[in-house]
Design a protein around this ligand. Structure first.
Ligand SMILES: C[S@@+](CC[C@H](N)C(=O)[O-])C[C@H]1O[C@@H](n2cnc3c(N)ncnc32)[C@H](O)[C@@H]1O
Length: 169
């Protein structure tokens, strides 16, 4: 009975947070993420993975299992807390708006659950960050792809892109 009440309260809180922050929560499919991190972009312990809109940390947990260091950015503080607790010392989760988040300098892979409404914004964000960091950054999308860019590869709903810095000194 207590568990049921906690579950109902959690669902209610998530609903209220979603209404307040306008940030719906739909996770990537765990099995597909696992396979994408093996077959599409094989994650190594030297990788630094950032999940834009990290949710409850599901994607980052899979990256951490393969030895990667992880960063998440999440608008919803409750989900960010869950992700933080799940990740432990394998990474860091920041409560922030991802569009103003600066990728860490050692990032190797950015993951985004991508919706068609935001693909142009995501493309601009990735290019801006590649230019700022002056290095190529790989993006893995789940869902909608980047409209003007040919993926390097794809596996089911996951696609892989690379963003090369355009601005020279
Ligand atoms: C579809 S879920 C994806 C969760 C996880 N990345 C996955 O693939 O399973 C999208 C997440 O992005 C968060 N989100 C939406 N807009 C955001 C923004 N502007 N900044 C940070 N997080 C955002 C939502 O709160 C939600 O948890």
């Amino acid at each position: 009975m207590t568990l049921l009440l906690i579950a109902i309260a959690t669902m209610g809180l998530l609903f209220v947070l979603t209404a307040l922050f306008g940030a719906p929560y739909v996770p990537s499919l765990r099995k597909e993420v696992k396979l994408a991190f093996i077959e599409l972009y094989p994650i190594r312990p030297t990788d630094v993975v950032v999940d834009l809109g990290a949710g409850d940390g599901k994607v980052l947990i899979e990256a951490a299992r393969l030895g990667a260091h992880c960063y998440g950015v999440e608008l919803n503080p409750l989900l960010a807390l869950i992700a933080k607790l799940r990740l432990g010392s394998a990474g860091r989760v920041t409560v922030a708006n991802m569009w103003s988040y600066q990728l860490p300098g050692d990032v190797t892979l950015v993951y985004a659950f991508s919706v068609s409404r935001d693909t142009v914004k995501l493309q601009r964000y990735m290019q801006r960050e590649a230019d700022r960091l002056k290095k190529s950054i790989t993006l893995m999308t789940f869902g909608a792809g980047i409209p003007d860019k040919k993926p390097l590869a794809h596996r089911k709903a996951h696609a892989l892109y690379t963003f090369i810095p355009l601005q020279a000194d």
